[in-house]
Design a protein around this ligand. Structure first.
Ligand SMILES: [Fe+2]
Length: 465
């Protein structure tokens, strides 16, 4: 591995290097026996930028926020190049003391205007105009790797920032690991890749309403118990009024139009959002040559203008699929080896099994499955018409089937394969107070590991553009 990590490079008031060294915050897995615990394969993730302590400047402290802002303003194109190859930068050791400091850094470093709204699924709180808490999920809920809002390609942020205002108190818990989704696509098995070429991914997301209470059912009815089960999903998130920041249904239709999402109001004013998109994306960001070479096949290519491009995994199957929760707990349990996580994994397996029996996929909090690629003629059809057809058709679930005219559930085996591939390529490091991480959100995903601590003690903020 050391062959791929150059010594520190001094660039004005900062030093930088590729990847984190084990003694500087990158974690080693507890066991190498499991496939998912194999050491991360990526050698250039993240690029770490630190103050240059060897250059003494009596007028300016190299670790101050102002020094960092100045350095960023003078190195914008270098930063852009790094984001287009490695995809991740970690600013470490600078005096970034508050949400406002973080916002200042993000405003300076971002190559696009920061967004002050958020249509994603995670419960979040606004902190300053452009910064939010990264997630309000409970500490024991793992968040699988994802490119922010990859399920809404028209609204997917281009860059995303994270800031550690207060690190988790236990080492190797509560991290925000990252993963190169180009490597994930490259490392998937060929059979599954062929499926990704033939199908689109369909996402179903259900949100409750603030204003309308759930309908009451008899204690002895299936609907009563299926409603209880729906509430047991840890990824069941905020009400739709909070997502869209409006209570107007017509406004929701308008906002959905931009993302080609079909809103459907159901009993109790619950809202189902349905959309389809390609599960992989061609991006103009080739893998750094070291990483492409290490993985044998290099999936990058050049277009007619000589620009390098690459395919990347770009969807939320590993988050939205009904098996995603137990799948993620399985991986976390193997890494953290804590009895409470093993217990939560077992509970998740049982709950999901019952949910599959009692709750239809269009009523799950979230679900993802394959749908045939639509022809141009199909694109204008009303989706409700198509959905009715699907509900009545025989569901296909054979792994590797060549049938591409029907909707297709992803099998548990497939979602585990995706999860294993992601975990094989995931890079873990412990947060340090003041860290700011900048990611190219088209290629580098992020997630969150569970932790045992009061939620208010671990403060990670985010901003995006
Ligand atoms: Fe996220």
């Amino acid at each position: 591995m050391s062959n791929f990590i150059p010594t520190r490079v001094i660039k004005g008031s900062v030093t930088y290097r590729y990847g984190l060294f084990p003694d500087e915050g990158q974690q080693q897995p507890k066991s190498s026996s499991s496939l998912s615990n194999a050491p991360p394969l990526h050698t250039t993730l993240p690029i770490v930028i630190e103050p240059n302590t060897e250059m003494v400047d009596h007028d300016r402290n190299n670790s101050s926020k102002d020094s960092l802002l100045l350095w960023i303003s003078q190195n914008k194109s270098w930063i852009r190049n790094v984001l287009n190859s490695s995809g991740a930068i970690l600013f470490r050791g600078f005096q970034i003391m508050s949400a406002q400091d973080f916002e200042d850094v993000a405003l300076e470093a971002a190559h696009y205007p920061l967004q002050d709204g958020y249509l994603g699924t995670s419960p979040r709180n606004r902190v300053t105009k452009y910064t939010f808490t990264a997630s309000e999920f409970g500490p024991m809920v793992p968040i699988p790797q994802h490119l922010e809002m990859s399920f809404l390609p028209n609204s997917q942020p281009k860059e995303i920032f994270f800031y550690c205002q207060s690190p988790p108190e236990n080492l190797h818990q509560g991290e925000t690991p990252i993963c190169d989704m180009r490597l994930v696509y490259q490392n998937l098995n060929e059979e599954f890749k062929r499926k990704l070429d033939k199908y689109q991914v369909a996402n179903v997301r259900n949100y409750c309403s603030k204003r309308h209470a759930q309908h009451h059912h008899s204690l002895f009815s299936i609907s009563f118990w299926s409603n209880i089960l729906k509430q047991l999903d840890p990824f069941r998130t905020k009400p739709w009024e909070d997502i869209f920041e409006t209570e107007s249904e017509s406004q929701v239709y308008k906002l959905c139009e931009h993302d080609q999402v079909e809103p459907r109001w159901k009993q109790g004013k619950e809202l189902e959002l349905y959309n389809e998109h390609d599960p992989i994306k061609q991006v103009p960001f080739a893998l750094p040559s070291n990483d492409a070479n290490r993985h044998g096949e290099d999936s990058s290519s050049k277009n007619t203008q000589g620009q390098s491009s690459c395919f990347t995994w770009s969807n939320h199957m590993q988050v939205f699929h009904i098996d995603a929760v137990p799948c993620e707990y399985r991986q976390v349990a193997q890494r953290q080896q804590r009895w409470i996580i093993y217990l939560l994994w077992m509970i998740a397996l049982v709950v999901i099994l019952i949910k599959k029996l009692l709750v239809s996929r269009h009523d799950q909090a979230q679900h993802a499955f394959f749908v045939p690629k639509r022809s141009v003629a199909d694109n204008g059809k009303d989706h409700a018409q198509q959905t009715n057809g699907v509900e009545n058709s025989k569901k296909e679930s054979t792994f590797g089937s060549e049938e591409t005219t029907k909707e297709l559930e992803l099998s548990t085996k497939e979602i585990q394969h995706v999860s294993d591939t992601i975990w094989q390529n995931t890079v873990f490091f412990d947060w340090r107070k003041g860290d700011v991480m900048m990611l190219n959100n088209s290629i580098i995903s992020h997630g969150r590991m569970p932790y045992t601590q009061k939620k208010s003690k671990r403060v990670i903020l985010t901003a995006f553009c």
